[in-house]
Design a protein around this ligand. Structure first.
Ligand code: HEM
Length: 512
């Protein structure tokens, strides 16, 4: 359907619905913002991440609480740390629901209630518990091996290629391998990894682009008016099922034949026997997860931990290339803890690695990772929350059913909170020996993983992955600017906020 037609349709729809719905839900003392018509247009045609520039302008005009509309439905944006703390930490229960969108069963879209609690607790306690995460040490070592060999290969076996290595594809591949092992409990070959990654990324980018927003907001009408989009979404979903169901089935089969002590626990194992509660008024019933629901859960697990972590890894490595002094200081810390790196082996085996226990002793490493997440959080917003009952905030009324979101990117760069916020200065996190409360429970300074009850349950795993890979990559290689390339810190919004000009680095082995 032509874009002009879509715009016209959206405008007419908004114009029609706004007065109708406003009559039913009288507009209360909402936080200020632009007119319902112009904000409906903005929200229906723009992905969340591309909204940021418009919201910054609105913030300077209206203040830190801004209302936009989709039809008559208010969508509120919060731009300051203290208000976010007040909302998500002090009044978390009211603000922890999710807007109803597509009917998929997963943690991130589950309404705030018993099913969400069960699914989230399952992930946190059965898979992301520190003991379980430790049991995947072999998988991290295996993936590090793959990553180092891919980087060496592209770089001409460590001799330093002229145009450098474009690292992002390798980072994404490595994170994907790692999460696939944790999800399905098996090492999957390269072709299959690429196949799963392609399907998952297509789904992620299209849903993240905002093109399907209208189907979530007006489900019935949207499917008729935007039939081709609806068909495209169904096709992507069917591709996802075709790639993930065989892996789920194979894991379930192997669970029957292996004894419990023979194997480590994969995410699928934890999902098989879950008994979901019957939710009052819920559309979906209780009982065991169906095969298709397991696809949604596994798809969420893969996507939540892959793009976010590889995006953060790229930003951190880009800053280490741009600022050799910081890279040198980090290398010195690493050598002080584990000694110099081993010479590369001819059979491409990575014999010695910096372990998870080693990284715990590296305070500067932790500061580098935190500074990367402050300066370049992979998401500049959290996932939208839904308000469960009407509340007052700062003298304004936040109505039940409104969506609410938080300007994560803005908060990490607020000059009132951060000294020289645009500078990459890991030292700012050294004041407390690299111990920083990323959950924001006592006060929020930045929130790359969100805050409160919906905070990212994978934050500890993500931090471990970042520390582990950054440490090993800097230990094995010296990273410098590739010929003819400048490290450009410009941002571009995809599903996450990525480097507009992806990092190209010249890497050379630290030892002959
Ligand atoms: C650097 C890496 C990561 C970043 C920056 C990140 C960030 C976030 C953010 C901002 C949210 C939304 C919070 C909210 O809505 O208030 C979120 C939710 C979530 N993340 Fe992550 N995440 C990362 C890695 C991971 C990993 C490794 C996993 C799992 C293995 C994961 C699983 C989830 C899940 C399941 C949710 C939904 C939580 C809920 O709705 O209760 N994330 N993440």
């Amino acid at each position: 359907m032509a874009t002009w037609f879509l715009l016209l349709l959206t405008l007419s729809l908004a114009a029609l619905l706004t007065p109708l719905l406003r009559r039913r839900t009288p507009r209360k003392n909402l936080p200020p913002g632009p007119s319902p018509l112009s904000s409906t247009l903005l929200l229906l045609t723009t992905s969340l991440s591309n909204l940021e520039p418009a919201l910054k302008t609105l913030k300077s005009k209206h203040g830190p609480l801004i209302t936009l509309f989709v039809g008559s439905r208010p969508s509120i944006f919060v731009a300051t740390h203290s208000l976010t703390h007040h909302i998500l930490i002090q009044n978390g229960a009211v603000f922890s629901d999710r807007p109803r969108t597509f009917a998929v069963r997963n943690i991130s879209s589950a309404p705030y209630g018993p099913t969400w609690r069960l699914l989230r607790r399952n992930l946190a306690a059965e898979l992301l518990h520190p003991a379980r995460v430790n049991s995947y040490s072999w998988a991290r070592k295996w993936v590090l091996h793959i990553l180092i060999n891919r980087l060496r290969h592209e770089n001409g076996n460590g001799n330093g290629g002229v145009n450098g290595v474009k690292v992002m594809d390798h980072f994404q591949y490595a994170m994907f391998c790692l999460l696939v092992v944790m999800c399905f409990g098996e090492k999957v070959d390269e072709n299959r990894i690429n196949e799963i990654a392609t399907v998952q990324r297509r789904l992620l980018l299209l849903v993240g682009s905002g093109r399907f927003n209208v189907l979530g907001v007006f489900p019935r009408l949207g499917r008729v008016l935007f039939f081709n989009r609806w068909k495209e979404l169904l096709q992507m979903r069917s591709d996802q099922e075709q790639t993930l169901i065989p892996l789920i089935k194979s894991r379930i089969e192997s669970m029957k034949s292996e004894s419990k002590n023979e194997r480590f626990v994969a995410y699928v194992d934890t999902l098989v026997n879950l008994e979901l509660p019957e939710e009052e008024g819920g559309k979906e019933g209780g009982g065991k997860l169906t095969e298709k629901e397991m696809v949604s859960m596994c798809g969420e697990f893969l996507n939540a931990g892959t793009d976010t972590t590889s995006t953060a890894l790229q930003w951190i490595m880009a800053n280490l290339v741009k600022f050799p002094r910081i890279q040198r200081k980090l290398y010195e810390e690493i050598v002080a803890v584990v000694g110099p790196p081993p010479p590369p082996r001819k059979d491409l085996e990575v014999e010695q690695v910096i372990t998870e226990e080693d990284v715990q002793k590296m305070v500067y490493l932790k500061a580098v990772v935190l500074e990367g997440l402050r300066r370049h959080p992979p998401g500049h917003f959290v996932l939208p929350h839904r308000v469960m009952k009407e509340v007052e905030v700062e003298g304004y009324t936040i109505p039940q059913g409104a969506t609410i979101n938080f300007m994560v990117g803005e908060m990490g760069l607020d000059p009132e909170v951060w000294d020289e916020p645009m500078e990459f200065k890991p030292e700012r996190f050294l004041v407390s020996d690299g111990v920083f409360d990323i959950t924001g429970s006592k006060g929020i300074k930045m929130m790359p993983f969100g805050a409160g009850r919906r905070i990212c349950p994978g934050s500890d795993l993500a931090l471990l992955h970042l520390e582990y890979f950054v440490a090993n990559l800097v230990w094995y290689f010296d990273w410098s600017v590739a010929d003819g390339y400048d490290v450009d810190l410009c941002e571009k919004s995809e599903f996450t906020v990525v480097m507009k000009n992806p990092l190209r680095a010249q890497i050379s082995s630290r030892v002959e």
